[in-house]
Design a protein around this ligand. Structure first.
Ligand code: HEM
Length: 470
């Protein structure tokens, strides 16, 4: 067993040596610590081995990280990459079973992803109605800033709540009470932090939960799962007694439950709701927070943004259709999503069959991670990738270019189903705020450009002053 566990499969990609039981986990952990994130640590390792496919073993799990545009496109779109890992840890993320959308695969994933996308569209997701909802949220944000602009404002105190309000409306119909919303957001934030911290141990040695339930983070995660379940269960209960007026995703799903469709269970409904809330809220708000940070750090670009907005829109409230007319703003937001890639390591995916990537043979059941962050900084694609330059997305005729090399939402059949909400939300709120306010650094202090990178990337906390445009 020991010899087999340290022997690499035939034609396996380059990577560090494997040791019994742990594979190369300790090296990966030390690289993560040294470079500040798993993405950067692995990227440094791939460079050391001069490879675009890095082969690792973490505990018992074979993990392969793919780099380079050709390889990431293969991993995003290949049918054999459509699985999700089946580990104890993943089940813990899905409240106990590998169901829902994000971590399910096979027929359950296909059926429920299609159902969810279709039903969300039926109730207005991705359509003009959603734009109107975002405009209402923008009005509340402008109002909040207006009441508080005599002091520095931390965008984190506004953006996540605003995004969650829109997602919650599509999922559960009604406006969620502010206090409940703040509680839910705190819980989701604490939960993702706890998952990041417990990840190593609980993923590689799940049995440690029996010996050290508190120390391993297991008990805390279970308590948090319980609290989140209760919030979603309460929303489902309200729908069952028809105490919610508007049509929403929970009503659509409950109709299928009543029709006794086998895979349509309340458990599945709960986990899909959780998937949408988790995948949508922090990702979208982080992009906006990075966008305002980029405005502060690149002061000279703010007037260019403002001039375009005021020339094209005047005082009109922005809508998604305006993105074609606001070329510089669109280029700026693309550059934000390149420079501060929110999901630098996409996946994880589980290989459904033996597969060749870049000439290497990767065994079935391996976990695949997709390094979007490195493609977004690849000097073969981007000139001066370490500079923040919105102009790279504008061609000589003044039209947008190069967006085909951008992968913030992934690609293929597992591509982010929430991209229409995210893109409209980011555009409308960014333009709406810059139209009314000029941003200034609090006390002249520039916010740090260095992100904190866990499962997703987030800016370090900062505040800004919002000066009204007269
Ligand atoms: C800027 C914001 C967002 C970013 C950067 C983002 C990014 C991504 C990426 C890269 C994936 C693909 C993972 C893979 O290929 O394995 C993904 C999947 C997913 N996203 Fe998003 N996302 C964002 C917003 C949203 C929103 C607003 C929602 C829903 C309300 C959402 C729901 C989901 C779900 C459910 C999945 C799983 C899809 C599947 O496995 O089939 N995301 N997202």
């Amino acid at each position: 067993y020991v010899i087999r566990s340290v022997t690499k499969p035939r034609k396996f990609p380059p990577g560090p040596k494997w040791y019994p039981f742990f594979g190369c986990s300790s090296l990966v952990a030390s690289m993560t610590k040294k470079h500040g994130s798993q993405w950067k640590g692995l990227s440094t390792l791939a460079k050391e081995y001069s490879t675009e496919v890095l082969g690792l073993k973490l505990g018992n799990e074979i993990v392969v990280v793919v780099y380079g545009e050709k390889n990431i496109r293969q991993a995003f779109t290949g049918k054999e990459f459509e699985g999700r890992p089946d580990s104890f840890f993943v089940k813990l993320r899905c409240l106990g079973k590998r169901i829902g959308i994000t971590f399910a695969d096979g027929p359950l994933w296909r059926e429920h992803r299609n159902f969810t996308v279709k039903q969300l569209r039926n109730i207005g997701f991705g359509k003009t109605a959603m734009g109107n909802d975002i405009q209402c949220v923008l009005a509340n944000i402008i109002d909040y800033i207006g009441r508080n602009n005599d002091k520095p404002i931390n965008p984190t105190s506004i953006m996540p709540t605003a995004v969650m309000n829109v997602i919650w409306k599509y999922v559960a119909g009604e406006q969620i009470n502010e206090e409940r919303l703040a509680f839910l957001l705190d819980l989701l934030r604490a939960r993702s932090k706890a998952f990041a911290m417990a990840g190593g141990w609980l993923n590689q040695a799940p049995w440690c939960r029996y010996l050290f339930p508190e120390l391993s983070g297991y008990s805390l995660l279970r308590r948090m799962n319980q609290q989140i379940s209760e919030i979603i269960e309460e929303a489902i209960r309200k729908h069952k007694i028809r105490a919610v007026e508007e049509q929403d995703f929970i009503y659509s799903f409950l109709q299928e439950v009543e029709g006794n469709k086998t895979s349509f269970t309340e458990e599945q409904l709960k986990v899909i709701c959780l998937d949408l809330l988790i995948a949508g809220s922090q990702t979208t708000s982080n992009v906006l927070e990075f966008a305002f940070l980029a405005v502060l750090r690149n002061g000279s670009l703010q007037e260019k943004l403002y001039n375009e907005i005021s020339q094209v829109l005047g005082d009109d409230v922005p809508c998604w259709a305006d993105s074609h007319r606001l070329v510089y703003v669109s280029a700026f937001l693309l550059e934000v999503q390149r420079f501060y890639t929110i999901v630098p390591l996409a996946g994880p995916r589980r290989l459904l069959e033996d597969t060749v990537i870049d000439g290497y043979l990767i065994p079935k059941e391996s976990t695949v991670l997709i390094s979007v962050g490195d493609v977004h900084f690849d000097p073969k694609i981007w000139d001066d990738p370490d500079d923040f330059k919105p102009e790279r997305f504008i061609d000589e005729s003044g039209a947008l270019k190069n967006s085909e090399h951008m992968y913030p939402f992934g690609l293929g059949r597992r591509r982010c189903p929430g991209d229409s909400l995210a893109k409209s939300f980011i555009f409308i709120v960014f333009v709406g705020i810059l139209q009314k306010y000029r941003l200034e650094c609090s006390n002249g202090v520039l916010p740090s450009p260095e992100p904190v990178i866990g499962l997703i990337s987030a800016p370090r906390p900062y505040t800004a002053e919002f000066k009204p445009r007269i």
